[in-house]
Design a protein around this ligand. Structure first.
Ligand code: CP
Length: 309
Protein backbone atom coordinates (compact mmCIF):
# COMPACT_ATOMS: atom_id res chain seq x y z
CA UNK A 1 0.00 0.00 0.00
CA UNK A 2 1.28 3.46 -0.85
CA UNK A 3 -0.14 5.92 1.68
CA UNK A 4 2.39 7.48 3.98
CA UNK A 5 0.72 10.75 4.92
CA UNK A 6 -0.05 11.86 8.46
CA UNK A 7 -3.49 13.16 7.48
CA UNK A 8 -6.12 12.90 4.73
CA UNK A 9 -7.22 16.47 4.07
CA UNK A 10 -8.21 16.44 0.40
CA UNK A 11 -7.87 14.70 -2.94
CA UNK A 12 -6.29 17.70 -4.69
CA UNK A 13 -2.72 16.72 -3.85
CA UNK A 14 -3.14 12.92 -3.89
CA UNK A 15 -1.25 11.02 -6.59
CA UNK A 16 -2.93 8.41 -8.77
CA UNK A 17 -0.93 5.74 -6.91
CA UNK A 18 -2.18 6.96 -3.53
CA UNK A 19 -5.79 7.05 -4.77
CA UNK A 20 -5.52 3.52 -6.21
CA UNK A 21 -3.99 2.28 -2.92
CA UNK A 22 -6.92 3.67 -0.95
CA UNK A 23 -9.41 2.08 -3.36
CA UNK A 24 -7.62 -1.27 -3.24
CA UNK A 25 -7.64 -1.22 0.55
CA UNK A 26 -11.38 -0.36 0.57
CA UNK A 27 -12.02 -3.36 -1.70
CA UNK A 28 -10.38 -5.63 0.86
CA UNK A 29 -12.60 -4.29 3.67
CA UNK A 30 -15.91 -4.72 1.80
CA UNK A 31 -16.39 -8.38 2.70
CA UNK A 32 -16.35 -7.62 6.45
CA UNK A 33 -19.88 -6.23 6.08
CA UNK A 34 -21.01 -9.72 4.92
CA UNK A 35 -19.65 -11.54 7.99
CA UNK A 36 -21.87 -12.55 10.92
CA UNK A 37 -19.27 -10.92 13.22
CA UNK A 38 -18.36 -7.65 11.53
CA UNK A 39 -15.14 -6.93 13.39
CA UNK A 40 -11.38 -7.22 12.87
CA UNK A 41 -8.73 -6.34 15.47
CA UNK A 42 -6.72 -3.99 13.20
CA UNK A 43 -7.08 -0.84 15.34
CA UNK A 44 -7.56 -2.39 18.78
CA UNK A 45 -6.44 0.10 21.43
CA UNK A 46 -6.72 3.12 19.10
CA UNK A 47 -9.14 5.99 19.71
CA UNK A 48 -11.03 7.74 16.91
CA UNK A 49 -12.87 10.97 17.78
CA UNK A 50 -15.51 12.32 15.40
CA UNK A 51 -15.60 16.12 15.71
CA UNK A 52 -18.62 17.28 13.72
CA UNK A 53 -19.34 21.00 13.78
CA UNK A 54 -21.90 20.65 10.94
CA UNK A 55 -24.80 18.20 10.57
CA UNK A 56 -24.19 14.77 9.05
CA UNK A 57 -26.02 11.48 8.68
CA UNK A 58 -23.89 9.33 6.35
CA UNK A 59 -20.35 10.53 7.05
CA UNK A 60 -20.47 10.56 10.84
CA UNK A 61 -22.33 7.27 11.15
CA UNK A 62 -20.10 5.47 8.68
CA UNK A 63 -16.89 6.73 10.33
CA UNK A 64 -18.21 5.46 13.65
CA UNK A 65 -19.17 2.09 12.19
CA UNK A 66 -15.83 1.88 10.36
CA UNK A 67 -13.86 2.60 13.55
CA UNK A 68 -15.87 0.04 15.53
CA UNK A 69 -15.48 -2.63 12.83
CA UNK A 70 -11.71 -2.09 13.14
CA UNK A 71 -12.03 -2.53 16.95
CA UNK A 72 -11.02 1.09 17.66
CA UNK A 73 -12.77 3.05 20.40
CA UNK A 74 -15.03 5.56 18.64
CA UNK A 75 -16.20 8.75 20.36
CA UNK A 76 -18.59 11.30 18.86
CA UNK A 77 -18.55 14.98 19.75
CA UNK A 78 -21.20 17.22 18.27
CA UNK A 79 -20.92 21.00 18.40
CA UNK A 80 -24.45 21.60 19.69
CA UNK A 81 -23.89 19.60 22.89
CA UNK A 82 -20.27 20.68 23.49
CA UNK A 83 -18.79 23.61 25.42
CA UNK A 84 -18.57 25.54 22.14
CA UNK A 85 -22.08 26.73 23.00
CA UNK A 86 -20.61 28.26 26.20
CA UNK A 87 -18.13 30.28 24.12
CA UNK A 88 -15.08 27.97 24.01
CA UNK A 89 -13.07 28.53 20.84
CA UNK A 90 -12.44 25.86 18.19
CA UNK A 91 -8.71 25.80 18.97
CA UNK A 92 -9.27 25.46 22.73
CA UNK A 93 -11.73 22.68 22.01
CA UNK A 94 -9.19 20.90 19.82
CA UNK A 95 -6.38 21.35 22.37
CA UNK A 96 -8.59 19.78 25.03
CA UNK A 97 -9.51 16.83 22.81
CA UNK A 98 -5.81 16.37 21.92
CA UNK A 99 -4.99 16.31 25.67
CA UNK A 100 -7.03 13.08 25.89
CA UNK A 101 -4.56 11.40 23.47
CA UNK A 102 -6.79 10.39 20.57
CA UNK A 103 -5.12 8.67 17.60
CA UNK A 104 -7.36 9.97 14.81
CA UNK A 105 -9.64 13.02 14.62
CA UNK A 106 -12.36 13.07 11.97
CA UNK A 107 -13.33 16.72 11.44
CA UNK A 108 -16.26 18.40 9.71
CA UNK A 109 -16.47 22.20 9.88
CA UNK A 110 -18.12 24.91 7.82
CA UNK A 111 -14.88 26.89 7.43
CA UNK A 112 -12.58 26.15 4.51
CA UNK A 113 -9.24 24.95 5.88
CA UNK A 114 -10.54 24.00 9.37
CA UNK A 115 -9.25 20.42 9.13
CA UNK A 116 -5.89 21.67 7.80
CA UNK A 117 -5.53 24.09 10.70
CA UNK A 118 -6.34 21.35 13.23
CA UNK A 119 -3.94 18.91 11.52
CA UNK A 120 -1.08 21.39 11.92
CA UNK A 121 -1.88 21.86 15.61
CA UNK A 122 -2.33 18.29 16.86
CA UNK A 123 -0.22 15.15 16.94
CA UNK A 124 -3.26 13.00 16.15
CA UNK A 125 -3.93 12.11 12.54
CA UNK A 126 -6.72 14.15 10.97
CA UNK A 127 -9.30 13.18 8.35
CA UNK A 128 -11.21 15.99 6.67
CA UNK A 129 -14.89 14.99 6.69
CA UNK A 130 -15.85 18.22 4.88
CA UNK A 131 -14.54 21.80 5.20
CA UNK A 132 -17.00 24.37 3.91
CA UNK A 133 -17.24 24.25 0.12
CA UNK A 134 -13.62 23.10 -0.22
CA UNK A 135 -13.15 19.31 0.02
CA UNK A 136 -14.80 16.09 1.21
CA UNK A 137 -12.14 13.56 0.25
CA UNK A 138 -13.69 10.39 1.68
CA UNK A 139 -16.93 11.08 -0.24
CA UNK A 140 -15.02 11.30 -3.53
CA UNK A 141 -13.05 8.15 -2.72
CA UNK A 142 -16.19 6.17 -1.87
CA UNK A 143 -17.70 7.47 -5.10
CA UNK A 144 -14.68 6.04 -6.97
CA UNK A 145 -15.11 2.68 -5.17
CA UNK A 146 -18.74 2.66 -6.35
CA UNK A 147 -17.89 3.66 -9.93
CA UNK A 148 -15.23 0.90 -10.02
CA UNK A 149 -17.96 -1.69 -9.38
CA UNK A 150 -19.49 -0.78 -12.77
CA UNK A 151 -16.83 0.94 -14.87
CA UNK A 152 -13.09 1.07 -15.46
CA UNK A 153 -12.17 4.32 -13.73
CA UNK A 154 -9.50 5.89 -15.94
CA UNK A 155 -9.04 7.37 -19.42
CA UNK A 156 -12.11 6.70 -21.59
CA UNK A 157 -14.61 7.20 -18.76
CA UNK A 158 -16.79 10.33 -18.75
CA UNK A 159 -18.54 11.57 -15.61
CA UNK A 160 -21.14 14.38 -15.56
CA UNK A 161 -21.48 16.33 -12.30
CA UNK A 162 -24.65 18.43 -12.36
CA UNK A 163 -25.89 20.86 -9.72
CA UNK A 164 -24.57 23.39 -7.26
CA UNK A 165 -20.89 23.00 -8.18
CA UNK A 166 -19.87 26.33 -6.62
CA UNK A 167 -20.84 25.31 -3.08
CA UNK A 168 -20.04 21.61 -3.36
CA UNK A 169 -17.02 20.11 -1.61
CA UNK A 170 -18.12 16.76 -3.05
CA UNK A 171 -17.79 18.17 -6.59
CA UNK A 172 -14.33 19.58 -5.90
CA UNK A 173 -12.95 16.39 -4.33
CA UNK A 174 -14.43 14.32 -7.17
CA UNK A 175 -13.04 16.66 -9.84
CA UNK A 176 -9.51 16.47 -8.39
CA UNK A 177 -9.56 12.69 -7.92
CA UNK A 178 -11.21 11.84 -11.25
CA UNK A 179 -9.00 14.12 -13.36
CA UNK A 180 -5.89 12.74 -11.58
CA UNK A 181 -6.98 9.28 -12.78
CA UNK A 182 -7.44 10.57 -16.35
CA UNK A 183 -11.26 10.56 -16.29
CA UNK A 184 -13.08 13.23 -18.35
CA UNK A 185 -15.39 15.31 -16.15
CA UNK A 186 -18.25 17.45 -17.43
CA UNK A 187 -19.70 19.95 -14.97
CA UNK A 188 -23.03 21.68 -15.41
CA UNK A 189 -24.88 24.26 -13.29
CA UNK A 190 -26.65 27.59 -13.63
CA UNK A 191 -23.95 30.25 -14.29
CA UNK A 192 -24.47 31.55 -10.72
CA UNK A 193 -23.41 28.15 -9.36
CA UNK A 194 -20.32 27.61 -11.54
CA UNK A 195 -17.00 28.58 -9.98
CA UNK A 196 -14.64 30.29 -12.42
CA UNK A 197 -11.44 28.79 -10.99
CA UNK A 198 -12.30 25.29 -12.22
CA UNK A 199 -12.32 26.28 -15.91
CA UNK A 200 -8.65 25.61 -16.48
CA UNK A 201 -8.37 22.06 -15.10
CA UNK A 202 -7.20 19.62 -17.81
CA UNK A 203 -9.90 17.00 -18.46
CA UNK A 204 -12.71 19.27 -17.22
CA UNK A 205 -15.46 20.43 -19.57
CA UNK A 206 -17.97 23.09 -18.55
CA UNK A 207 -21.48 22.55 -20.04
CA UNK A 208 -24.23 25.14 -20.05
CA UNK A 209 -27.14 22.71 -20.39
CA UNK A 210 -27.68 19.34 -18.69
CA UNK A 211 -28.56 17.83 -22.10
CA UNK A 212 -25.01 18.63 -23.24
CA UNK A 213 -23.44 17.22 -20.06
CA UNK A 214 -25.52 14.02 -20.20
CA UNK A 215 -24.97 13.17 -23.86
CA UNK A 216 -23.52 9.61 -23.93
CA UNK A 217 -22.05 9.97 -20.44
CA UNK A 218 -21.06 6.89 -18.35
CA UNK A 219 -21.71 8.23 -14.86
CA UNK A 220 -24.20 10.90 -13.77
CA UNK A 221 -23.60 12.54 -10.40
CA UNK A 222 -26.36 14.86 -9.20
CA UNK A 223 -25.80 17.44 -6.46
CA UNK A 224 -28.10 19.13 -3.96
CA UNK A 225 -28.50 22.91 -3.98
CA UNK A 226 -26.66 24.01 -0.83
CA UNK A 227 -29.00 26.75 0.34
CA UNK A 228 -27.14 26.87 3.68
CA UNK A 229 -24.03 28.18 1.86
CA UNK A 230 -25.85 30.76 -0.30
CA UNK A 231 -26.46 34.28 0.95
CA UNK A 232 -28.99 34.97 -1.84
CA UNK A 233 -31.13 32.86 -4.18
CA UNK A 234 -29.02 31.95 -7.23
CA UNK A 235 -31.92 30.95 -9.52
CA UNK A 236 -35.51 32.21 -10.01
CA UNK A 237 -37.28 29.40 -8.10
CA UNK A 238 -36.88 25.76 -7.04
CA UNK A 239 -39.50 24.81 -9.63
CA UNK A 240 -37.51 26.51 -12.43
CA UNK A 241 -34.31 24.84 -11.26
CA UNK A 242 -35.96 21.41 -11.25
CA UNK A 243 -37.41 21.99 -14.72
CA UNK A 244 -34.09 23.05 -16.30
CA UNK A 245 -31.46 21.12 -14.30
CA UNK A 246 -33.28 18.25 -12.56
CA UNK A 247 -32.57 14.65 -13.61
CA UNK A 248 -35.71 12.88 -14.81
CA UNK A 249 -36.15 9.72 -16.89
CA UNK A 250 -36.24 11.61 -20.21
CA UNK A 251 -32.95 13.38 -19.48
CA UNK A 252 -31.32 10.18 -18.21
CA UNK A 253 -32.14 8.57 -21.59
CA UNK A 254 -29.50 10.89 -23.11
CA UNK A 255 -26.74 9.16 -21.12
CA UNK A 256 -25.10 5.89 -22.19
CA UNK A 257 -27.43 2.89 -21.98
CA UNK A 258 -25.45 1.45 -19.06
CA UNK A 259 -24.88 4.77 -17.29
CA UNK A 260 -25.12 4.76 -13.50
CA UNK A 261 -26.72 7.49 -11.38
CA UNK A 262 -25.01 8.73 -8.22
CA UNK A 263 -25.84 11.24 -5.51
CA UNK A 264 -23.79 11.90 -2.36
CA UNK A 265 -26.91 12.67 -0.29
CA UNK A 266 -28.81 14.20 1.27
CA UNK A 267 -31.19 14.22 -1.73
CA UNK A 268 -33.92 16.73 -2.36
CA UNK A 269 -36.35 14.54 -4.30
CA UNK A 270 -38.23 16.41 -6.97
CA UNK A 271 -35.57 19.14 -7.14
CA UNK A 272 -32.24 17.84 -8.52
CA UNK A 273 -33.55 14.30 -9.08
CA UNK A 274 -36.96 12.65 -9.45
CA UNK A 275 -37.90 9.73 -7.21
CA UNK A 276 -38.34 7.61 -10.33
CA UNK A 277 -34.64 8.03 -11.17
CA UNK A 278 -33.35 8.00 -7.57
CA UNK A 279 -35.11 4.68 -6.88
CA UNK A 280 -34.61 3.29 -10.41
CA UNK A 281 -32.45 0.39 -11.58
CA UNK A 282 -29.56 2.61 -12.65
CA UNK A 283 -29.20 4.38 -9.31
CA UNK A 284 -26.28 3.26 -7.11
CA UNK A 285 -26.97 5.80 -4.38
CA UNK A 286 -27.31 3.33 -1.50
CA UNK A 287 -24.28 1.38 -2.78
CA UNK A 288 -22.34 4.62 -2.31
CA UNK A 289 -23.43 4.63 1.35
CA UNK A 290 -22.45 0.96 1.84
CA UNK A 291 -19.07 1.57 0.22
CA UNK A 292 -18.57 4.55 2.52
CA UNK A 293 -18.03 2.19 5.45
CA UNK A 294 -15.39 0.10 3.61
CA UNK A 295 -13.61 3.18 2.28
CA UNK A 296 -13.55 4.83 5.71
CA UNK A 297 -12.25 1.58 7.25
CA UNK A 298 -9.43 1.75 4.69
CA UNK A 299 -8.65 5.39 5.53
CA UNK A 300 -8.63 4.77 9.31
CA UNK A 301 -6.57 1.60 8.84
CA UNK A 302 -3.96 3.24 6.61
CA UNK A 303 -3.65 6.30 8.87
CA UNK A 304 -3.89 4.57 12.22
CA UNK A 305 -2.54 1.10 11.67
CA UNK A 306 -0.41 -0.03 8.78
CA UNK A 307 3.02 1.58 8.69
CA UNK A 308 2.40 3.91 11.61
CA UNK A 309 3.41 1.73 14.54
N1 CP B 1 -22.62 12.87 1.71
C1 CP B 1 -22.55 13.38 2.96
O1 CP B 1 -21.53 13.98 3.35
O2 CP B 1 -23.66 13.16 3.72
P1 CP B 1 -23.83 13.66 5.22
O3 CP B 1 -23.85 15.16 5.19
O4 CP B 1 -25.11 13.06 5.70
O5 CP B 1 -22.64 13.18 6.00
Amino acid sequence: MVFERKDLLGTRDLSAIEIRSLLESAESFKEIAERPLKKVPALRGKTVVNLFFEPSTRTRTSFEIAAKRLSADAVNMSASTSSLVKGESLLDTVDNIQAMAPDILVVRHRFVGAAHMIAERVGARVVNAGDGANEHPTQALLDLVTMSEHKRVGPGLTVAIIGDIAHSRVARSNIWALTTLGVTVRICAPPTMLPRELDKIPGLIVCERPEEALDGVDVVMMLRIQLERQDRLLFPSIRDYARVFGLNRQRLDLAAEDAIVMHPGPMNRGVEITSEVADGSRAVILNQVSNGVALRMAVLFLLGGQGHE
